[in-house]
Design a binder for this molecule. Structure first.
Ligand code: AMP
Length: 326
């Protein structure tokens, strides 16, 4: 089924065509008509399935009628990490190219001032991480009583990161009559309970996971000594000798390990950037961008980067430590 038959507005259909997509993905085909019909949606889908467009496209269509009021955002999207929030903003920029909507990003590590100015003027779409959203709310600069549509994205990741109490607080601040879209890659009992509490008679849409890992990916296990010098040397040898090596993300379990390994790789003349949750937002964005555009070939990262990043053409991924959540 083509995009033009899902009920999206002409402007949105044009923006989609301009971005080169010809066919909706299964989650898009199944969710978009229900979102447009103002139904609540429970989407069980992970990143890579096209779920971001499954909510941004119909939201753009719905937002074409009505106007934003000062300090009262019309829609709210909650994301677990700053990087995912920024990716959703990019998606609004791309698909909303033909709209004149105001989109604001409320994430930690950026100044309150600029964010306040935008909110005061009125925003159509507010994309936020839960902690920063509550900070703004407590400062009295933000009213959530005008929210018509709420998106809770990556709910199981929110659970892992300890954000559920914040989410429960935020849901109490938005109107009961709102429309809610709730996405999670998995549905453990805690998440099912939240979905039951937040959603009214939802349409349940489940898209299959991309078959565990694509057959084009070769996986190997490398034995290493416990001793850090030896382990780093093994990594360097792999980086030098890996066949068809172009670039790599190297995951460590601890922020301190990210810093140590990053420094060591630099000392050995590898071009590497580091990414972990204690860095300020500008530095995090800059690290990601330098890896995305090829300025550096290695990204040493904690699990802030472990899910949902959309970086095309990464040739290698190293789990430098055995991950807590493989
Ligand atoms: P997401 O699951 O939302 O992170 O999207 C994963 C990737 O799929 C992103 O790079 C999108 O730009 C891309 N994408 C989303 N929808 C489509 C579509 N209908 N056709 C082709 N690519 C798409």
């Amino acid at each position: 089924m083509p995009f033009s038959e899902l009920g999206l507005s002409e402007k949105v259909v044009q923006a989609v065509a301009a971005s080169g997509y010809t066919e909706p993905t299964p989650i898009q085909a199944q969710a978009i008509p229900h979102v447009l019909a103002r139904r609540d949606v429970l989407g069980i889908a992970q990143t890579g399935t096209g779920k971001t467009a499954a909510f941004t496209l119909p939201m753009l269509t719905l937002l074409e009628t009505g106007r934003a009021r000062a300090r009262m955002p019309r829609t709210l999207i909650l994301e677990p990490t700053r990087e995912l929030a920024a990716q959703v903003e990019e998606s609004f920029d791309r698909y909303g190219a033909n709209h004149r909507l105001s989109v604001a990003l409320l994430i930690g590590g950026m100044s309150f001032g600029d964010q306040d100015i935008k909110i005061t003027r009125g925003v159509d779409v507010l994309i936020a991480t839960p902690g920063r959203l509550l900070d703004h709310f407590e400062r009295g600069k933000l009213l959530l009583t005008g929210v018509e549509l709420l998106v809770i994205d990556e709910a199981d990741r929110m659970l892992d990161m300890g954000f559920i109490p914040d989410i429960e607080r935020i849901v109490k601040l938005v109107p009961f009559t709102r429309q809610t879209l709730f996405f999670s890659a998995t549905m453990p009992p805690e998440i099912q309970k939240l979905a039951d509490a937040f959603l009214h008679n939802p349409v349940r849409i489940e898209v299959s996971r991309p078959a565990s890992s694509p057959t084009t990916i070769v996986q190997s296990l490398v034995a290493s000594p416990r001793e850090p010098h030896g382990k780093r040397e093994i990594l360097r040898n792999l980086l030098r000798k890996a066949p068809d090596f172009k670039n790599a993300i190297i995951f460590c379990n601890r922020k301190s390990e990210v810093a140590v390994l990053h420094k060591s790789l630099h000392r050995h003349r590898f071009s590497a950037a580091a990414l972990h949750g204690d860095m300020d937002q500008r530095a995090r964005m800059a690290a990601l961008e330098s890896f995305r555009n090829g300025d550096v070939s290695l990204l040493v990262a904690s699990d802030v980067a472990a899910r949902g990043l959309d970086i095309p053409a990464v040739s290698h991924v190293f789990n430098y430590d055995v991950p807590h959540h493989p």
